[in-house]
Design a protein around this ligand. Structure first.
Ligand code: S3P
Length: 439
């Protein structure tokens, strides 16, 4: 699939973004090990969250989908059953890493794998603590890459663990395994990273305590099914926030977006750059803050980003690079080496593709330097099979000097299946092309 984008007039209107990816995964996973049926409203129907549902079905969980909700019929804490076949996490790091935490507490054998990208991503960071807790896990590349084989145990030991990298997926896997361990499991993060697992575990009745950078969970406490309303994904909204900031004449209102403070780095970054974004109608859904976001164009300027802010904008760096290309002055991003182990090496990928669009962007070992000129040239670019790359490049295309073609855009379905339709609804001019059609 290819996407063809024509720059044009401003994007205007009221829209929504799909359900939050991180929260959708967690609602399905906790629902599966709770007592009772969990109804998930606004569940993200992207490929990543469908991978989680597929794995849970293979582990004996009944899932009923209707137009209103996804219903997950819980099996209780240790109630999953040995799968008959290999589990497929697709492109989803969250699926494989969080599920490993749950499988660690189940006394059966599982093999789990994923697509080419997922099989290249580091798994030792999650395998190490889970092995310390008593699970047996084997994998390719000296037990560090998928496919992984897991043999859990119903008698895990609690651990006290300091995360070497700020990763919400690793933190979550340990907390989930902590549900099955005797005593209290304690995880300390170097800087705050997304806390949806902690919040949702509390909502489901787990014994979780947050104490600064440390999270503690007591094992053995049953979870109780909930109705979960999934807020709109701020990572999906970030593409529209940048589009609304850089395309002249725009005026976009995005309703019901999750504004959990561990995720709102994009609002801080755009604010520092001089963007005009207003936050209205703040409320809480299942312990998660939600608001409506209104964006209008503004002249952006270059800034420096690094340190504690990075984990809170970890998925937004590609689209921030696009904003920086349009901004006046230099933007420097540092402390972001984690981007090299995402769906693709995002530092390398965004540098390579924005250079094709004439942007003065330079790759650093842990970041990027972008000298904004306000000008983006039309070009044919590649997504590297990475959904966030594809969408960031589409936003660049909206302000390019002419028609932009993006190759390999089927991956957008991973997190924002209605991306093209949403942009079109706001007035953008874009077309999908299948690979066998000639342009
Ligand atoms: C996620 C955590 C982040 C993020 C990913 C989703 C989660 O990954 O990049 O898209 O749902 O916990 P890391 O934990 O590897 O930083």
């Amino acid at each position: 699939m290819k996407l063809r984008i024509f720059p044009g007039h401003g994007l205007a209107g009221v829209c929504k973004v799909p359900g939050d990816k991180s929260i959708s995964h967690r609602a399905a996973l906790l629902g599966a090990i709770a007592h009772g049926s969990t109804d998930i409203v606004n569940f993200l129907q992207g490929a990543d969250c469908r991978s989680t549902l597929g794995c849970l079905k293979a582990l004996g969980v009944k899932i009923k989908e209707s137009t209103e909700a996804v219903r997950v019929v819980g099996k209780g804490l240790g109630g999953l059953t040995e799968p008959l076949t290999v589990l497929d996490a697709g492109n989803s790091g969250t699926t494989i890493r969080l599920l490993l935490g749950i499988l660690a507490g189940h006394d059966f054998f599982t093999v789990i794998t994923g697509d080419d990208s997922l099989r290249r991503r580091p798994m030792a960071r999650v395998i190490k603590p889970l092995k310390e807790m008593g699970a047996q896990i084997w994998g390719r590349a000296n037990d560090s890459k998928a496919p992984l084989a897991v043999k859990g145990t119903s008698e895990l030991t609690s651990i006290t663990y300091t995360l070497p990298v700020a990763s919400a997926q690793v933190k979550s896997a340990i907390l989930l395994a902590g549900l099955y361990a005797q005593g209290t499991t304690q995880v300390t993060q170097p800087v705050p990273c997304r806390d949806h697992t902690e919040r949702m575990l509390q909502a489901f009745g787990a014994d979780v305590e947050v104490d600064g950078m440390t999270v503690r969970i007591k094992g053995g406490k049953d979870l109780h099914a909930q109705k979960v309303m999934v807020p709109g994904d701020i990572s999906a909204a970030s593409f529209l926030l940048v589009a609304g900031s850089v395309v002249p004449g725009s005026d976009i209102l995005i309703r019901d977006v999750g504004i959990n403070p561990t995720r709102t780095g994009i609002l801080e970054v755009l604010d520092m750059m001089g963007a005009k974004i207003d936050v209205y109608n703040e409320r809480t859904w299942n312990g998660e803050p939600v608001a409506d976001l209104h964006v209008q164009p503004a002249g952006l300027k270059g800034i420096r980003i690094g340190g504690e802010l990075i984990p809170r904008v970890i998925d937004e760096i590609p689209v921030i690079a696009v904003a920086a290309s349009v901004a006046e002055g230099t933007t420097e991003i540092s402390d972001a080496a984690e981007l090299r182990v995402k769906e693709t090496d995002r530092l390398k990928a965004i540098t390579c593709e924005l250079q094709k669009m004439g942007v003065a962007i330079e790759e650093k070992p842990d970041g990027l330097v972008i000298r904004g000129t306000g000008r983006i040239e039309k070009a044919t670019v590649d997504s590297w099979g990475d959904h966030r790359m594809a969408m960031a490049l589409a936003i660049a295309g909206l302000v390019a000097s002419g028609e932009t073609i993006i190759n390999d855009t089927a991956c957008i379905d991973v997190s924002f299946p209605d991306f093209q339709e949403t942009l079109r609804g706001l007035g953008a001019n874009l077309e999908n092309w299948s690979d066998d059609e000639t342009i």
